[in-house]
Design a protein around this ligand. Structure first.
Ligand code: ADP
Ligand code: MG
Length: 180
């Protein structure tokens, strides 16, 4: 965890989809509460939906969490009396300022909202937000038997007063930030 001009940044890596889900489940989800907003960025196949599946598991929402590509947003109600998960795909949108107008069966204030492809679009929704950026490791060897596989670098940037004094790093199991 580093703190640069009040901007909190955490860098982790995930060697598998399971580890990507574990970052969501173990590092991020324990700190989430109703009203929180996460913006996910990364190329197609980076692992944004995989990350969101980990959040859904940890929040105890009704699944399955899947790519919401053909709809704008899907609401997953809680099965444990907690906040719902609103899973948004902003790929085709230019702005999310109107997200609150969609018929989501719940409000952003009562939910944890995750926006895939939300960079540059969802910031207007809230001063407080977590930006999760997922990058495939560059220069890594492509495994022809498993072309989707490989290590991902996960950068978590916390914006806004909501996240001051929230120490995500306290949950990581090893000092180099690698959950593996
Ligand atoms: N280290 C990893 N982290 C995340 N996903 C991985 C990893 N290695 C392989 N995968 C696979 O890559 C794919 C990521 O797809 P998905 O989560 O839908 O990406 P996105 O939503 O960013 O388009 C999944 O099939 C997942 O199993
Ligand atoms: Mg996706």
């Amino acid at each position: 965890m580093t703190d640069v001009n009040g901007l909190t940044e955490l860098h982790l890596s995930a060697d598998s989809a399971e580890q990507m889900r574990a970052i969501a489940t173990e590092v991020i989800a324990p700190h989430l509460r109703a009203g929180d907003l996460l913006i996910l960025s990364g190329d197609l196949g980076a692992g944004k939906t995989t990350f969101t599946q980990g959040l859904g598991d940890a929040l105890g929402v009704r699944g399955p969490v899947a790519s919401p590509t053909f709809i704008i947003a899907r609401t997953h109600p809680s099965e444990v009396g907690g906040p719902a998960l609103i899973h948004v795909d902003a790929y085709r949108l230019t702005s999310l300022a109107e997200l609150d107008d969609l018929d989501l069966d719940t409000t952003l204030d009562d939910s944890v909202t995750v926006v895939e492809w939300g960079e540059g679009k969802a910031e207007a929704l809230a001063v407080d937000r977590l930006h999760v950026r997922i990058d495939r490791e560059r220069g890594g060897e492509l495994d022809m038997a498993n072309p989707e596989g490989g290590r991902r670098e996960v950068s978590i940037l916390a914006h806004g007063p909501r996240w001051v004094n929230v120490d995500f790093a306290a949950d990581t199991s090893s000092s180099d930030g690698d959950l593996g």
